[in-house]
Design a protein around this ligand. Structure first.
Ligand SMILES: *Cc1c(COP(=O)(O)O)cnc(C)c1O
Length: 427
């Protein structure tokens, strides 16, 4: 993302002064560099094109979804993962083609499945055995030649070095079907005996914030050993998402070009050994497309300096729009929007305004000693799992979201109004 201070010491994003964006749109404000979003989508395309393999890139909506985001994805030839009727509805309202939507989730309700089928979704990722007869039954009304393509989500039993809450590919998990206890094989047999389901292949998602290609390489080895042993053919291999991003200096960003070189070269070798053709490849990046594209800007309010103890800087948002730090201690960079070369920095805790001691945005952040009420702070790398995880706790209004680019500025989500906070309440 292009954030830098200009000659006046003002933070800019893609050349736009943050301070003047705040004058127009208020705080808290989530600002995306749209050109960065596009460049990430294009980067994934180019690495697969370079390897000349059949592929599709399916963006995981949950990272950040909105009408304009989905229109942007469509314009860049992306496909889409959804996990709920709400994500599906948003995609359809944005005009996203149903045939490019993939329905995920460990508990798709009959209502959701029926809604998806009626709206033209023909691609489901099966996550449990009982889902097979459920989808097959609900597909009863479809025309004979209008089958539902399915992948099964398996657990390739690959150890990944990430936070427990965001690790998913292991045996003991609410997600997926086990290779070792026979559930995955049973699922394939059931699908093949179903009326309306077409078995297309395998899906796995190893976890999130993965820094290198090793877990993906291990998964390929494990999965093809199993496919060979069970004598199963696949048309599609979906390797999931989880490509890591850089929140702070301590994080390692997944190297998209060289990482996929390693993964795809290993895959080619494994396919050759087991005498198979290249399947259609799918990946599902979420975080790596949106996280580093955005910052969130807050206004400073109360400052509490407890001498010899800590300095607390309160902002006008908090865990309602930034849950990842309270939830699992995620660390972020916090920077002033206006740089004053003469002022020294002090370690300060940046805290939200919600009624929880855990409502902390950053601990011991180096911030100007003379910071005062009305100053602006920017939290970097807030483009994924921020707006999508936002809540109305303390009846906080969800923030506004804008896209900036070389072409200008446009609002993509309005700030939630007070009236909207109570629109569903019976008076
Ligand atoms: C969350 C999720 C993704 C995206 O993960 P990121 O870490 O955001 O890239 C992809 N696939 C599945 C099945 C997921 O649950």
């Amino acid at each position: 993302m292009t954030t830098e201070y200009n000659e006046f010491g003002q933070l800019t994003i893609r050349g736009h002064e943050v301070q003047s964006l705040v004058k127009d749109y208020g705080t808290p404000l989530i600002i995306y560099d749209e050109d960065h979003l596009v460049s990430m989508m294009d980067k994934y395309h180019s690495v697969f094109k370079h390897h000349q393999v059949p592929y599709s890139i399916s963006y995981a909506s949950k990272a950040f979804s909105s009408i304009q985001m989905i229109k942007l994805l469509k314009s860049r030839n992306m496909e889409l993962d959804v996990v709920s009727i709400g994500e599906l509805y948003t995609a359809l309202q944005a005009g996203f083609p149903a045939q490019d939507i993939h329905f995920h989730g460990n508990n798709k309700t009959p209502y959701e499945i029926d809604y998806a089928l009626k709206n033209g979704v023909r691609f489901f990722i099966i996550d449990a055995l009982d889902e097979i007869s459920l989808i097959d039954g609900l597909a009863e009304d479809l025309e004979e030649d209008d089958a539902v393509n399915v992948l099964i989500r398996i657990n390739p039993s690959v150890e990944v070095n990430t936070h427990e809450y965001i690790s998913t590919g292991q045996e003991d998990s609410k997600f997926g079907l086990s290779l070792s206890n026979g559930a995955a094989k049973k699922a394939i047999d059931l699908i093949k005996r179903s009326q309306h389901l077409n078995f297309k292949g395998i899906h796995y998602h190893l976890g999130s914030q993965l820094a290198d290609s090793q877990p993906f390489i291990n998964a390929i080895s494990n999965v093809f050993a199993w496919l060979d042993q069970e004598n199963i053919d696949i048309d599609i291999l979906n390797m999931g998402g989880g490509y890591g991003v850089k929140y702070t200096e301590d994080d390692v960003r997944f190297p998209i070009e060289t990482g996929f070189d390693d993964i795809l070269n290993h895959l080619k070798k494994v396919l050759k050994q087991s005498n198979r053709n290249m399947p259609h490849l799918m990946i599902e990046p979420g975080r790596s497309i949106t996280a580093e594209a955005a910052i969130t800007v807050y206004e400073v309010g109360t400052i509490k300096d407890i001498p010899g103890v800590s300095k607390y800087i309160s902002i006008d948002g908090g865990m309602s729009d930034h849950i990842r730090t309270p939830l699992y201690g995620a660390d972020y960079e916090v920077i002033p929007v206006e740089l004053n070369e003469d002022s020294t920095s002090l370690p300060s805790h940046v805290v939200g305004k919600l009624c929880e001691s855990g409502d902390v945005i950053g601990k011991n952040k180096m911030l100007p000693e003379d910071i005062k009420r009305g100053d602006l702070l920017a939290v970097k790398t807030t483009g994924a799992y921020h707006y999508s995880m936002a809540s109305n706790y303390n009846q906080m209004q969800k923030p506004a979201v804008i896209f900036v680019s070389d072409n200008g500025v446009r609002q993509v989500i309005k700030r939630q109004s007070l009236e909207q906070l109570i629109e569903n309440d019976i008076r």
